[in-house]
Design a protein around this ligand. Structure first.
Ligand SMILES: [Zn+2]
Ligand SMILES: [Zn+2]
Length: 292
């Protein structure tokens, strides 16, 4: 290894909050600028993409999320994300009023007039992966509000107080399944893997080459859309038939702009490939246009 390559590795590790020679930090809490990063990444990915219009729409949503979290960064004392997200939803809907295309306006109006109990039930179905057909069109707005409330909560925590065992398969802050894994530094055998929460945006370290869903490593294999080394891949497990998408942070064009939710959306074709083989996604990304 040349000195400059070593320096690059050290710089990449520092950017990932890691110190060479030390154990990786088990938990990385989100920055409050996560939505700004996502909007930029989505617009970059949208250029020339077959889903460009959709990626652009979610970028508009991300802008509104950033505006909301900037305007209301602090938690109301004693209030949980569950108690706050509906206020965030109404604020987001107001921000988006003049920005969404005409056909989306009735959706906004429906959410503006929905009562608290039906919104709570809707959120439970979205987060719990039990969406009904009519929920699909509402899900991006509801998820956007839930993300604001949970990210505000996670960003305000002390990372040292959040416990995450090295084999944790759900988010140590909110309990969600990971939306994707990101290999942060090094080559394929040496890089560290962080799992990323799509709700509160916490990331946690997880050992590699074992299935995140069942913990087995013997029946894990990888799928990719093409031969590119830097492309997204799916880690598929034949013990439990689940899969997790893996993104390579250091090789994705435009890094460190990689955003797990944005890059997950832009690699929908990989989900189609592995779901045709009968594997189930581990975590949910409601911005991903996966037909049920
Ligand atoms: Zn979480
Ligand atoms: Zn498994």
């Amino acid at each position: 290894m040349t000195l400059s390559a070593h320096d690059d590795t050290a710089a990449a590790m520092a950017a990932a909050g890691l110190v060479p020679g030390q154990s990786p930090s088990p938990v990385r809490l989100p920055a409050a600028s996560v939505f700004k990063t996502r909007a930029a990444r989505l617009r970059q990915l949208a250029e020339g993409h077959s889903l460009g219009d959709w990626l652009g729409f979610v970028a508009t949503l991300s802008d509104a999320q950033q505006q909301r979290i900037d305007a209301a960064p602090g938690l109301t004392p004693g209030a949980s994300p569950e108690q706050q997200w509906q206020g965030d939803l109404q604020a987001l809907l107001a921000l988006l009023q003049d920005q969404v295309p005409e056909p989306a306006r009735p959706t906004l109006a429906a959410l503006q007039h929905a009562d608290a109990a039906s919104l709570s039930a809707l959120a439970e179905r979205i987060v719990g992966g039990t969406m009904e057909a009519d929920d699909m069109i509402l899900a991006p707005f509801v998820m956007a509000a839930l993300q604001v409330a949970w990210t505000r909560h996670a960003a305000g925590l002390d990372a040292a107080s959040v416990a995450a065992p090295a084999t944790a398969h759900s988010c140590p802050v909110c309990g969600s399944a990971p939306v994707a894994g990101v290999i942060h530094v090094g080559n394929e055998s040496g890089g560290l893997r962080y799992l990323h929460c799509g709700l509160c945006h916490t990331a946690w370290h997880h050992v590699r080459a074992t299935c995140v869903a069942c913990g087995e490593g013997k029946e894990v294999s990888y799928r990719a859309l093409d031969e590119r080394e830097d492309g997204a891949r799916a880690e598929a497990c034949d013990t439990c038939r689940n899969y997790l998408k893996l993104l390579l942070a250091e090789k994705v064009p435009g890094a460190p702009g990689l955003d797990p939710i944005a890059d997950d959306m832009a690699t929908l074709a990989l989900d189609i490939l592995v779901s045709e083989e009968g594997y189930q996604r581990i975590g949910i990304n409601p911005f991903l246009l996966l037909g049920e």
